[in-house]
Write a protein that binds this ligand. Structure first.
Ligand code: DX5
Ligand code: ZN
Length: 215
């Protein structure tokens, strides 16, 4: 059974309350929020005011994915916006160990995210410290891109690493997830699926989330 983290990047921002209420009524385990700065990724999405608005309505944990440079500067602000999980990119943190400790000290779960071109082996010295690893299955910055098949091998490698270490980290996969790619990712050893376009562009998002959660 997959835990589903629908990405609000594909929601209707003019009717955000309605979409958050829909997710409250669904089997989504958490809500995925994609913050982009136009520097780390070639796109800009939304920031703290939107996170706060979502937090007011959301009845599920907020899974905040920061696609920004030097995310360690914003740990307390992200916490104050109501985040339960703070995802920072490996590629964006010079002192990743310090940032992970700061996130945990702030009372959030710490997650480290890898771009498609970053090998899982880079996590060897941090995997014991994190609550979750987010593997990008597209290059971050945009919704509705195609799943990169090489992610499947990375999920299996990460599952092995977590088992060898006796670590507690869960594995989340983000980008191009649908019923087909989601099934393959779960078979490879993932725990949590992020899905944006596949959920929000579907005629019945609640049923789509239900079907993804059955994987
Ligand atoms: C991409 C974001 C994703 C995105 C996923 O940079 O990190 O969370 O919203 O969207 P889909 O599921 O449409 O690929
Ligand atoms: Zn994301």
């Amino acid at each position: 059974m997959a835990l589903i983290s629908p990405s609000l990047l594909s929601a209707d921002f003019g009717q955000l309350d309605r979409d958050v209420e829909m997710l409250n009524a669904s089997e989504a385990a958490m809500l995925h929020l994609d913050v982009m700065d136009g520097v780390f990724v070639p796109n800009i999405s939304f920031g703290f005011p939107v996170l706060k608005s979502v937090a007011k309505k959301a009845e599920k944990p907020l899974d905040v994915h920061l696609m920004i440079v030097d995310p360690g500067r914003y740990v307390n602000q992200v916490r104050d916006c109501g985040a339960a999980i703070m995802n920072v990119h490996y590629e964006a943190c010079t002192h990743l160990h310090r940032v992970v400790q700061q996130i945990k000290q702030a009372g959030m779960q710490a997650a480290v995210t890898l771009n498609p071109s970053t090998p899982v082996s880079m996590l060897e010295d941090i995997v014991d410290d994190v609550d979750m690893v987010l593997l990008m299955s597209v290059n971050p910055g945009f919704a509705a891109q195609s799943f990169i098949p090489g992610t499947l091998k990375k999920v299996a490698q990460l599952r092995n690493m977590i088992e060898e270490h006796g670590a507690k980290a869960t594995i989340e996969v983000d980008g191009g997830i649908n019923l087909d790619t989601g099934a393959r990712v779960m078979e490879a050893g993932a725990d949590i699926l992020v899905a944006g376009n596949f959920v929000f562009a579907s005629p019945d998002p609640i049923d789509t989330i239900h079907r993804l959660s059955q994987l």
